[in-house]
Ligand binder design. Structure first.
Ligand SMILES: N[C@@H](CCC(=O)N[C@@H](CS)C(=O)NCC(=O)O)C(=O)O
Length: 265
């Protein structure tokens, strides 16, 4: 039986936004596989994600979307599995089916952790950035246009200052539990599951985001030392640097609202 060949793919475009954790996740996978891709920048602070053209390829009005040979693929986790299967290069899913299953379990935990990440990010970064660009009336109007209930609710409550301290504290706690899980997983090896995989790639943008939001204190040589060491090795990878280093094309970056990545290790 001949070895299965990776699918033949021609043009690759990624619709993405510089700081979106789900976009970073896909840029990281593309860079790890050495895929040549073209950027289609979707400025979330200009509501590009809600234009008819973009909604035609992503009806949820979210980034990222990968368009490969003219076919859209949506959802960062699905996109990354596609990237791994469709392109040559080091595999990002463990060959052992048990390890692959554990990897997907962990990836699912990361998908669930998008809610606490989004809550913290919204209050500390997204809302302050949006308020520098738009009036509250306009933001309320745009919140109602979000196709998904989750984003409609997040933006509608956020703009009305209804995301309270207790909810944010719970979000931080949920993320600390994820970090505890990572600390435990790293007892078995240098990467989360077997060789470097989509498990490491999937959670990496959350680490970068937590660091940018000032939560780098969640890990250190004393607190969660294995997380600290793993994140240092993760951030040394050229693909991680390319993925997280995409510039804020409309300017300002995290610094605009008093935040910055401190490169905590
Ligand atoms: N499950 C989706 C979630 C995508 C998502 O929520 N993307 C956010 C940025 S990380 C977004 O586009 N938000 C648009 C908005 O807030 O209007 C995925 O993994 O791709």
């Amino acid at each position: 039986m001949p070895e299965p060949q990776p699918a033949r793919v021609g043009t690759v475009q990624l619709y993405h936004f510089w700081s979106s954790v789900c976009s970073v996740r896909c840029r990281f996978a593309l860079e790890e596989k050495g895929v040549r891709w073209e950027s289609r920048y979707v400025d979330l602070f200009a509501f590009d994600q809600l234009t008819p053209d973009y909604l035609a390829i992503n009806p949820d009005g979210v980034v990222p979307t990968l368009v490969c040979d003219g076919q859209p693929i949506r959802d960062s986790v699905i996109i990354n599995e596609f990237i791994d299967q469709a392109f040559p290069g080091a595999p990002l899913v463990p060959a052992d089916p048990f390890a692959a299953a554990r990897m997907r379990e962990f990836v699912r935990s990361c998908e669930q952790a998008l809610t606490p990440i989004a809550l913290l990010t919204y209050v500390k970064y997204i809302l302050p950035k949006l308020r520098r660009r738009w009036s509250d009336e306009e933001l309320i109007r745009q919140a109602d246009r979000r196709p998904t209930r989750f984003l409609r609710d997040l933006h509608s409550r956020g703009i009305r200052n209804q995301i309270g301290e207790q909810e944010l504290a719970q979000a931080a706690l949920d993320l600390e539990l994820l970090l505890d899980q990572i600390e435990a997983m790293l007892a078995d090896g240098p990467w989360l599951i077997g060789p470097f995989s989509l498990a490491d790639i999937t959670v990496a943008p959350y680490m970068f985001r937590l660091d940018a939001l000032g939560h780098g204190r969640f890990w250190s040589a004393r607190q969660r030392p294995r997380v600290s060491d793993w994140y240092r090795r993760l951030s040394d990878r050229p693909a991680f640097q390319a993925a997280t280093g995409w510039p804020d094309e409309s300017g300002g970056g995290y610094q605009e609202v008093g935040l910055a990545s401190h490169g905590t290790a």
